[in-house]
Design a protein around this ligand. Structure first.
Ligand SMILES: [Zn+2]
Length: 218
């Protein structure tokens, strides 16, 4: 009797939670990218490491501002920065990337291992998992399906790692005086608006159970 009851409960539980899968779509992570990532850790953060591994403590949400999955993926795929980004190429030749890319239909793609460093947020890459969302332009705003996928992904990652902070990319400079902030150059900053207050407050509502620490005030 008890087992039947448990079975019904499980069925009910599975019935209301969305079944999700993560699609593996790895970007290039060759010797060159590994070397550039280790160099980045050393030059930007004074972290000398044998491997470009990170211990995730934070999740940073983004939008790509690129209006298709293919073009967004292409922007992260190669090891070195394309020449249309000279403003950040002087700091490091390592291409930008993120651990996840969420398409407009809510499909979640994993681009690289969660514990390898991606270049997606100044000062915090050594501890931050990056989640990019396709779109974010006025013509292609982020969708409800992306919102739901981000909520699921944040909860999934928080059950896997000791995640203390969830932030939107536009909030990253609030960490300048935080112990996690390691960027050595006070002049190296970029202005960010992604993914915006509205999206962040909705994701925060859906991930409340993780009790993330508040964003520091300056
Ligand atoms: Zn961003």
């Amino acid at each position: 009797m008890r087992q039947v009851y448990l079975g019904v409960l499980l069925l009910l539980f599975c019935g209301c939670s969305v079944q999700r899968t993560i699609v593996e779509k790895p970007i290039v992570f060759d010797e060159q990218r590994i070397e550039l990532t280790k160099q980045y850790l050393s030059q930007r953060y004074n972290l000398e490491q044998e491997t470009p591994q990170i211990v995730p403590k934070m999740i940073v949400l983004h939008w790509t501002a690129i209006p298709s999955f293919e073009k967004s993926y292409a922007a992260f795929e190669n090891s070195t920065l394309p020449n249309w980004r000279p403003e950040i190429a002087s700091v490091s030749g390592l291409n930008v990337s993120a651990h996840f890319l969420v398409d407009q239909d809510g499909t979640i793609y994993r681009l690289m291992p969660e514990t390898t460093m991606a270049r997606h947020v100044i000062g915090l890459n050594h501890c931050a998992i990056g989640v990019e969302n396709v779109g974010g332009t006025p013509e292609m705003p982020l969708t409800k399906k992306q919102l739901k996928a981000n909520i699921w992904l944040v909860n999934y990652l928080s059950s896997k790692y000791n995640i203390e902070h969830l932030i939107g990319h536009h909030e990253y400079t609030f960490f300048e005086n935080h112990p996690l902030w390691l960027e050595v150059d006070d002049g190296y900053r970029t202005e960010k608006t992604d993914p915006g207050e509205d999206f962040m407050s909705k994701v925060r509502r859906g991930t409340k159970r993780n009790n993330f620490k508040p964003v520091p005030t300056k």
